[in-house]
Design a protein. Structure first.
Length: 381
């Protein structure tokens, strides 16, 4: 049996040779870049990369083929990134982001027309007040109407819930994202406390009917189960539920809604913070029609369709790892009308002005069937 120190010394020598060969390869890539500069050839050559990766897998035993493929893919990516940098070439997306950063206002707007789904007192309205200092809010009956108000220019911004810490992503909103053009310009995390609101004179023990939004009902399921003979009615949002209780002529109805709704609709709080999980937060996105990247933007969202083949998702994720970019969220949704194809949503944490973010925007489309940038923004608390 060989001595462990001797084996490790051999591995160190091999790694040193690897490094030297890697540097030699990158120098050759610089020569390739100069050739492409002179001839105007594109940097990304899909056929060449596919052939190289296949050759790498065939040069090793079958049990090592997948590892050889990964290593060769990373080498090709490093070469491509070096060529983009050497030639100062940008993808259309990277160029638009750079221009948006240069042209951005120094401060975020303090006044704006904002579209929200629901009625006064809804959590979307609270989120709008958190993200815009003095919003002029117009209420709409559906999330789609919020997208349309922004697209048509009747609102400067729209507020949309995108995920909850206990209930997960708001799938309907994510599905609508595929059909509408927009950019996220700000987001916020809002602590969600559901309260049992009743008409003055009604006691907690009197309640037999509870109105609220489906997600609020789900988040208070254990609490509702303890109300004897209780029936649940789903509303379009929690504020609407409070409005319905205020307008009812019954004395056994209640709403699960925010405390601000109690004051707004002159209801009493029969029980407070009744959600099953007290660590209950919802993230809201503020969307706009045009791309603007305000100062301090350090979070970005992307929509990606990858090729339906082994390793395709890995090739995307590998770029985040290689550039040391943190991935905050990965969500997949089926694409309507396309069997077994999915749209992937990524939230990443990286300053929009950072060089590595520009490198990601330059190269990501090379490994995707479709790629859409949804904006860079700051998340306010």
């Amino acid at each position: 049996m060989r001595d462990l120190n001797e084996i490790r010394a051999q591995i160190d020598r091999i790694d040193k040779n690897f490094s030297a060969l890697f540097m030699e390869r990158m120098e050759a890539s610089a020569d390739v870049a100069e050739y492409k500069r002179a001839t105007g050839k594109p940097i990304y050559d899909r056929e060449r990369e596919r052939a190289n990766i296949l050759a790498a897998s065939e040069r090793v035993p079958e049990e090592l083929a997948s590892y050889a493929t990964v290593i060769q893919s990373v080498l090709m990516e490093a070469s491509r990134e070096a060529q983009y940098k050497a030639l100062h070439r940008q993808s259309p997306t990277a160029a638009r982001i750079e221009q948006a950063i240069k042209n951005a206002p120094a401060v975020f707007p303090r006044r704006a027309r904002v579209a929200c789904q629901g009625v006064e007192g809804a959590y979307q309205q609270i989120a709008a007040d958190r993200m815009i200092r003095r919003p002029s809010i117009a209420y709409h009956s559906t999330f789609e109407a919020v997208f349309e108000a922004v697209e048509q220019g009747s609102a400067d911004f729209g507020v949309l819930p995108i995920e909850n810490s206990t209930a997960g992503s708001v799938n309907h909103v994510y599905d609508l994202m595929m059909r509408h053009d927009f950019y996220i310009v700000r987001s916020c995390r809002l602590k969600i406390d559901h309260n049992l609101l009743v008409k003055p004179g009604t006691h907690k023990e009197d309640v037999r009917i509870v109105y609220s939004h489906q997600q609020a009902i789900n988040q208070c399921a254990d609490y509702i189960a303890k109300i004897p003979n209780c029936r649940v009615h789903v509303c379009e949002n929690t504020a609407k539920a409070a409005e319905m209780v205020a307008a009812s002529n019954r004395d056994d109805v209640a709403a699960l809604a925010s405390r601000s709704c109690a004051k707004l609709y002159e209801l009493d709080v029969a029980d407070s913070a009744v959600q099953d999980n007290q660590n209950n937060y919802t993230r809201f996105a503020l969307i706009a029609k045009d791309l603007v990247v305000y100062p301090g933007a350090e979070r970005s969202s992307l929509m990606v369709v990858i090729n339906h083949e082994p390793g395709a998702l890995y090739n995307v994720l590998a770029r985040f790892y290689a550039l040391d970019i943190n991935l905050n969220k990965l969500e997949s949704r089926p694409i309507p009308g396309r069997d077994f194809e999915f749209m992937f949503y990524f939230d990443i944490e990286c300053p929009a002005a950072a060089p590595e973010f520009g490198m990601l925007m330059n190269s990501l489309a090379d490994v995707c069937e479709e790629f859409r940038y949804l904006g860079s923004y700051t998340e306010v608390m």
